[in-house]
Write a protein that binds this ligand. Structure first.
Ligand code: SF4
Ligand code: SF4
Length: 307
């Protein structure tokens, strides 16, 4: 479950609620959330639950909805992690409560979003700027908010055990590449903004894999990219494969990573077009130059005639 100041990875933005200790996977914590706690479901309101592509995929399958229907009924648009990358969060009801909460608890518990699973353990993952390939410093931290009585329970376990119990490891595997894109964008700051087209692509892959599938198979996408038959078969039949393929495509189209191969003939056509446009620009410059010369000659002629 998550709280008001919580980001998508269960990270409380109020530093006073973060215990100032670095935890490892083997560190022990005391925490348990269950229907018997006096605060049960108190944290399922006034929250921002940002949905990852994997969360959306899992939820719309559980609810048997198309991406469009799911987005319309259950989400609100946002910019992810204070970037210019558009995404969605769960749309709360008029009382500010999550639409999936009842007195008995979470009605989608088995498929609850990543943010709800992470709380109250956050993970920090630091890279040196521009050094994404290097080993990151990774540690965990615990968020302890006054209203959350789970910390008063006797259950003791390691962070590793707790994460396995919450299904967080699987979420990490599924969310990692998407988060890397967001973090990379965030590290660039606002000096360079994403193009409108880039934003649309990011939103489509992040929230609507059905649309992305149509884009791949029904546009000129396959005329441009060289995709082998095995990959095509996989992404046609498996939404998780499609999601990872979409994230690779975004890494290439937004950040220039060489993740997908562009067809040779497309590259040749592009080079020819650039050469032609270079030739056109030279012709244009020559024309302007000749016009300037003609203007100058006309002016000189007028001045000579006045003498
Ligand atoms: S999805 Fe479930 S756990 Fe998460 S806020 Fe809603 S009701 Fe609570
Ligand atoms: S124990 Fe904490 S996480 Fe569980 S319901 Fe209470 S406030 Fe939410």
């Amino acid at each position: 479950m998550a709280d008001k100041n919580t980001t998508m990875f269960g990270q409380d933005k109020n530093p006073s609620n973060i215990i100032p200790t670095k935890y490892t996977l083997d560190s022990k914590i005391k925490f348990r959330c269950h229907p018997g706690v006096s605060c049960f479901t108190a944290c399922c309101g006034n929250i921002d639950i940002v949905l990852t592509p994997f969360d959306i995929l899992r939820l719309r399958k559980l609810l048997n909805l198309s991406s469009d229907e799911f987005l319309l009924r259950y989400t609100t648009p946002i910019f992810v992690e204070k970037t210019d990358m558009p995404g969605v969060k769960i749309h709360l009801d008029q009382e500010g409560r999550c639409p999936f909460v009842t007195e008995a608890g979470c009605t989608i518990y088995e498929d609850r979003p990543s943010a709800c699973r992470y709380y109250p353990i956050g993970m920090a993952n630091f890279h040196q700027a521009g050094d994404e390939g290097a080993d990151a410093e990774k540690f965990f931290f615990v968020v302890k908010e006054p209203h959350c009585k789970g910390h008063e329970e006797d259950k003791e376990w390691t962070i590793r055990e707790w994460r396995a119990d919450q299904g967080v490891d699987i979420c990490d595997d599924m969310n990692n590449e998407w988060m890397q894109l967001v973090m990379r964008r965030k590290s660039y700051g606002f000096q360079a903004s994403l193009s409108e087209q880039g934003q649309k692509m990011f939103f489509m892959v992040s929230t609507n894999l059905e649309k992305f599938k149509s884009f791949v198979f029904e546009s000129s996408f396959l005329d441009t990219y060289d995709i082998d038959a095995e990959t095509l078969e996989k992404i046609k039949n498996d939404d998780i494969e499609l999601m990872f393929f979409g994230l690779k495509y975004l890494a290439g189209s937004l950040f220039g990573a060489k993740t997908l191969k562009i067809k040779d003939e497309k590259i040749k056509a592009k080079v020819a077009k650039m050469k032609n446009s270079q030739g056109d620009r030279e012709k244009e410059a020559e024309k302007v130059y000749n016009e300037l010369l003609a203007d100058r000659d006309a002016l000189m002629k007028q001045m000579n005639e006045k003498k």
